[in-house]
Design a protein around this ligand. Structure first.
Ligand SMILES: O=C(CO)[C@H](O)[C@H](O)COP(=O)(O)O
Length: 233
């Protein structure tokens, strides 16, 4: 089974959790897009859902495929969010934001009663940090914000480098909210909870990709198929 087939397996298993009438948060990324494609087939067959997309990219795909959309302001409480992840640890702390949609993804996940993560098994890690941590920052004062993050990292014993995310043409990557992303390669993050709460205290940090206490279930696909996992305590 290739990588795309695994994503489809995870997305198909997640679809079984979607019920008629649900208000659904819809994630961003290649795995979430497989979910959108399968969801669109079910919608064409009569399933009634209202989707809230976590990015303009996901919104475009949903509109193209006929998945009905609402804004989060129209539907401020959601039943379920299905989204991908860049890393998942045994407690279901996640690194997200590889696709740059972390701010809306976190707001949508937090507005949902449940969040299910869909991924292939390469995303499972014992300790977060192999994937660079996306940190969304305001354009104003970006150099000061960067210094504050560097000081925090060294205080927490983390070392490594940070890089402003760029597009393939080398222009700066801007998020849907008009912010920049710093990809922080800190290496292993032994205390993700501490890093998350300290990053939240830096004024220029708009959001970061550590998702803690948001995912309640993970559907992980491997060569043998998809399995449902619960977080370890
Ligand atoms: O957080 C995300 C986007 O901001 C994605 O969910 C994450 O990057 C995983 O993407 P993919 O399914 O393509 O591996």
């Amino acid at each position: 089974m290739d990588a795309r087939e695994m994503k489809i397996k995870a997305a198909a298993a997640a679809l079984e959790h979607v019920e008629d009438g649900m208000r659904l948060g819809i994630g961003t990324g290649s795995t979430a897009e497989e979910f959108v494609r399968l969801l669109a087939e079910r919608v064409a067959g009569g399933l009634k859902v209202q989707g809230v997309p976590t990015s303009e990219r996901t919104a475009r795909l949903c509109l193209e495929l006929g998945v009905p959309l609402k804004s989060l302001d129209e539907l401020p409480e959601l039943d379920l969010t299905i989204d991908g992840a860049d890393e998942i640890d045994p407690q279901f702390r996640l690194v997200k934001g590889g696709g740059g949609a972390l701010l809306r993804e976190k707001i949508v996940a937090a507005a949902s009663t449940r969040m299910i993560v869909i991924a292939d098994e390469t995303k499972l890690v014992e300790t977060l940090g192999a994937f660079p941590l996306p940190i969304e920052i305001n354009t104003f004062g970006q150099a000061s914000t960067r210094l504050a993050i560097e000081r925090l990292a060294s205080e927490l014993g983390l070392s490594g480098s940070m890089k402003l995310r760029t597009r393939s043409d080398e222009s700066l990557f801007m998020t849907d909210g008009g912010h920049l992303i710093l990809d922080a390669s800190f290496g292993r993050i032994p205390d993700a909870d501490a890093l998350a709460s300290r990053l939240n205290q830096i004024p220029g940090v708009v959001e970061h990709g550590l998702f803690i206490n948001l995912a309640s279930l993970a559907i992980i696909a491997g060569p043998a198929g998809a399995r449902v996992m619960e977080p370890k305590n």
